[in-house]
Ligand binder design. Sequence first.
Ligand code: 9MG
Length: 303
Amino acid sequence: MRRETAATGCRFFYVTQANKLQFGSRHLDLDQPAVMGILNVTPDSFSDGGSFTDRDLALRHAESMLSAGASIIDVGGESTRPGAMPVSEQQEIDRVLPVISAIVDRLDVIVSVDTSKAGVMRAAVAAGANLINDVYALRQDGALQAAASLDAAVCLMHMQGSPATMQKNPRYENVAGDIAEFLKGRIAACTAAGLAQERLLVDPGFGFGKNDKDNLELLHRLDEFRRLGRPILVGLSRKRTLGNLTGKSIEQRLSAGVAAAVLAVERGASIIRTHDVAETVDALCVAQAVMKAGSHKVVMANG
Ligand code: 9MG
């Protein structure tokens, strides 16, 4: 299979095994890593708090992430940062729905809804969302049944505890092994509920009930998650571990986030969730070209 990253403008070709995420009758090719741009429409989100609660502003930001090379826009209406306050289902729907509808009407991009609530999943997919990004991996009431009844893909993320408590005292016997077992169990629960494997992504959930040592070991051992047989999504953008390593504030973690994204892709990640789309797209283009260099299958776009 010969592919060009037309959306990102990355100027090399290579050939690889098919790696697809199915949603409805459409699919996303993951032969090359894709970038998921973060669009938080919450007043208290992790690192861009309050910026995109206005619908037109949110739409413009989605547009700019799309032109920077994002393949997916992840719209979230409830903050999942440590200690964040929960919001009601209706509040979350009121926040995300106008933004999802506006993106679906105007932009040609895959729309993801960052939610754990069955009602939000249903409303978002009815409005045109293609992917459900669930930090609870469909463990909240009715979520598994709702997702199984919809035509969307699902990202199953690992979290120990809940956002309110998860950073108190996270504990693992073997961080990568424990989390891979959890994700294997969630894939089994999904398939038993009628959700085809082709619709699933897995995500170890960096920062969700993990200390810095756990996060670093998880990134180091990310390739072990390939055994689950599903594409891996990674989100490290601007997270606390990067700040603890570099001593930088949230706004100064761009380089650290890009480095982490490159390391993740080298170890098998297919989707990088980030606030910093343009920089991540460029870095992944170079990483991919280097990873494939030496293979007779690489052909530069300019010959
Ligand atoms: C919503 N959200 C915040 N961080 C995330 C991460 O690392 N992965 C996924 N899938 N979602 C996240």
